[in-house]
Design a protein around this ligand. Sequence first.
Ligand code: AMP
Length: 426
Amino acid sequence: MPKKIQSLSGMHDIFNSRYDYFEKIREVSSRVAKEYGFKGIEFPIMEETELFARGVGGVTDIVEKEMYTFKTKGGDFVALRPEGTASVMRAYIEHNFYTRPQPTKLFYFGPFFRYERPQAGRFRQFWQFGLEAIGKSCFVVDVQIIKVISNIFEELGIKTKIEVNNMGDLKCRKEFKTVLRRYLKKRSNLLCSDCKRRLKENPLRVLDCKQCIEVKSEAPQIIDHICKQCRSDFKNFLEFLEELDIPYNLNPFLVRGLDYYTGTVYEFFLETEDEERMAVGGGGRYDGLSKILGDEERPATGVAIGIERIILAMEKSGGDIIEKKIPDVFIAQLGDLAKKKALNLFEEMRNSKVDVAESFGQDSLKSQMNRADKLGAKITIIIGKEEAVEDRVILRDMNSGEQEKIKTEEVLKEVKGRLKKNKNKD
Ligand code: AMP
């Protein structure tokens, strides 16, 4: 027998109750985003490698280690998208979105790819929902984005904490990098091998290294080195968070793993008793990205949340978020002629917006009745061999167990009448 083929490591199927959560997250997140004026965007799963190499930054884990890249048959260098922001900015520039009223507010929901070591809540293909607001610089938009995400989490029944920091604009960050590099150089023997290299290329990344805790703990903090404008923006941002009753903690080491961030940055962490902190989302301003991609400077801000981690949190919290769909009617049948009639009746019910269920693959009437019971159907329509010939059906009230035989042509009217009566009783 040929070998059974399994999904790739770090890539997974979503089905059963997880699919219900997945669908719920997608529905809630896009609905709430639309309520705040965000419009949906879909963009390709593959882009030129250079988009991410330039956009996300060469000295980031994502580009250095985690990107799925390959050469196409035509000789182009392409990458599976590791994140959404660079693509959204590419689309913004390509389609001249700046000619519309600003900011352009967009949301997306889709799969992303990073060649990471698979572990709990970390996959190689994972889904993100993201928001981007491009074209206007105002901390109110950052606060609004945080509010949108907080509302989504609340509706999904998961509790999170927000950590915030400010990474300075491109100018004050450059100055801070010099200060930080000086400090780190003196302690370079204590740094891990990755950070020794980062020290030269991007010392900020040392601040979110999980190994170099000791060196980090006494390192200069970016917040003490940002310019007047960044400081005032950050102060306003925090005041607005307070105004909207959004609790937060300051985290001076929060620098986010991507080069394009400037100014305010933040992450959402699950509120759990576990030692291990689980980030469910992160974002911030990225005013420098459009220039890196060859356009003029466009102020921008955005966030992305991780769908699999939200599903895990929803499973843990055990909240009854998913409504169980109870069919109004179940159609059971016995024999070939009955099956044909049942198929037609199903279509008739569906076209008339009656919630109808079936189990046409089953031949035994007993197992079909069990299924109708399990689903909680209010009425079951039974078409046996005899009824099929007579062009009649049996209507069974699943609550009282009472049965009645009626003509097939009358069944829709009768069912609708009974459902209406039931509704009025409720
Ligand atoms: P990032 O784009 O790295 O800021 O990620 C935003 C959010 O996406 C994170 O907070 C996670 O919830 C989620 N995420 C990032 N990488 C992964 C991954 N490899 N597997 C699952 N979720 C991820």
